[in-house]
Design a protein around this ligand. Structure first.
Ligand code: CS2
Length: 477
């Protein structure tokens, strides 16, 4: 293995917090902070980053403080590890350690210009694209808005403080894998604000901007093995380091409230309309990821690269992309979708990345609607076949029973895990499939009422059970 290490050449002492990232986990380290670090390298601007996490991860932030906020990001491809030391972060915040007031004050800081978010799909507290007033954190935050628990409650309280202080609004930039993520974020924030005070809602709508963005970089969770790899290359351990693929992409709607960081100099694109790019990425990449995650984990494949090493899985993933996901998309003129699919297969085949199927399988209830069910709706309308998507949905249902084909235990991490476990233990197969379709509005009211949908998914569930994943996939090729 060869290694190149590049250290931040800019003057970190002159950085001020102008960017605040909420939800600073592995992905934000490998993506947002790398774009930002590269922008600082190109421009020498004074835009430093404060980073926060809201729930777990307090000790990780303290470890980052102890390292002077420097951490390594390693881009892995077979035989190569390119290392960058990111110097963009200058402050960390966690409500359990610093108090929620410190995070609110950060939003209300006059120097702040932009907030970026990676709070995952469930962090937006939406149910069918409106704010979920039954979400316990939202209910608690509306009751007690000055001590918020949710990211949405935190944003609104911080913006309220800005309004009261006579400060300008901000740009709130969602970097989560949701379609029209900026619009959904705006909906959640404005609905929450409206329940507090209609004037606050109007002020936020008038002064703040919520651009949509498409983010892409495959970033597996760190393992002991990846920390060891980093240590060997760096010559010292880096408990804050992260390994990811070389590819990175960020397409951002050009819609900012105030100053806009020059992320374009770091490879990001500012465009008028992100939605076609978001949909392409969500359906082609994330959709095929979820397909491989459930079916792969059931068939005993530990990683996405293991799936790609099996010709049946590899062909099935490509066929899902080209025959079922692509036809559901509006593809911009000049965009080569065949080329994009081929590139995804190459990225998935990177054996240096140990991207676990069970990692991607997490939070299926939050991911299936935009990744798999939205294309299926378009197939139902257009009368197109969707056998592989049916196997993905049935695969998710099998996966949720928590056992692989070989009888090993599979982790079911999902906000609805308790209800899923009840369903999995309580009903026969037909009852289980139908009950899963009624779970928490994931399938809407239209799909469970559509006999063709119910029939295909029930059939796919049976096929997986009787024939096994490999045979079921092979039959679709
Ligand atoms: C993955 C994504 O875990 C998942 O759900 O599909 O994290 C995926 O790796 C990224 O979106 C790639 O950009």
């Amino acid at each position: 293995m060869t290694a190149n290490i590049s250290r931040p050449p800019y003057n970190r002492a002159s950085l001020k917090v102008r960017l605040f990232h909420i939800g600073f986990g592995a992905f934000a380290k490998a993506h947002t902070s790398v774009f930002h670090d590269e922008m600082l390298r190109q421009t020498g601007s004074d835009w430093g980053m404060a980073v926060a996490r809201l729930n777990s991860g307090e000790s990780g932030l303290t470890a980052l403080d102890e390292a002077g906020h420097l951490f390594a990001v390693g881009e892995m491809s077979d035989g190569d590890l390119d290392l960058r030391q990111v110097g963009a972060v200058i402050k960390t915040l966690h409500p359990n350690r610093d108090g929620i007031e410190a995070l609110i004050a950060q939003i209300a800081d006059p120097d702040l210009q932009v907030i970026t978010l990676t709070i995952t799909e469930k962090g937006y507290c939406l149910a069918r694209e409106v704010l979920d007033l039954e979400n316990p954190d939202i209910a608690a935050d509306l009751e007690n808005p000055s001590a918020p628990k949710s990211a949405i409650g935190l944003l609104v309280e911080g913006l309220y403080r800005r309004k009261e202080a006579g400060l300008p609004g901000l740009t709130v930039l969602s970097c989560d894998n949701l379609p029209s993520n900026g619009k959904l974020c705006r909906t959640a924030v404005l609905e929450f604000a409206g329940h507090r005070d209609p004037d606050l809602k109007t002020w936020i709508a008038d002064t703040c901007r919520f651009p949509c963005s498409m983010v892409d970089r495959i970033t597996p969770a760190m393992t002991e093995d990846s920390f060891n790899k980093l240590e060997v290359t760096l010559g010292a351990p880096d408990p804050n380091g992260i390994l990811c693929e070389p590819f990175r992409q960020w397409v951002i709607e050009d819609n900012f409230a105030g100053a806009k960081p020059h992320w374009d100099l770091a490879g990001a694109s500012f465009v008028d309309d992100v939605e076609p790019f978001e949909d392409i990425k969500l359906r082609m990449l994330n959709g095929s990821h979820s397909f491989l995650a459930y079916l792969g984990a059931l068939a005993g494949k530990e990683t996405i690269a293991d799936c790609m090493a099996d010709p049946v899985f590899k062909s099935a993933a490509h066929k899902l992309m080209m025959s079922e996901q692509a036809p559901s998309l509006t593809i911009p003129a000049g965009f080569d979708i065949e080329d994009y699919a081929g590139m995804l297969i190459d990225r998935y085949s990177n054996r240096a990345l140990h991207h676990k199927t069970t990692q991607i399988a997490a939070d299926g209830s939050q991911k299936l609607p935009q990744r798999i069910l939205a294309p299926v709706r378009s197939h139902l309308d257009a009368g197109r076949p969707w056998p592989l998507a049916a196997l993905a949905i049935a695969g998710w249902m099998h996966y949720c029973r928590g056992v692989s084909e070989a009888g090993t235990k599979l982790p079911v991490n999902d906000p609805h895990a308790d209800r899923v476990a009840e369903l999995a233990s309580g009903s026969d197969d037909d009852g289980y499939v139908l009950n899963m379709m009624l779970l928490a509005g994931i399938f809407g009211s239209d799909l469970p009422a559509n006999p063709s949908f119910v029939g295909l998914v029930t059939g796919a569930y049976e096929t997986l059970k009787t024939d096994g994943v490999n045979k079921a996939l092979a039959a679709c090729l």
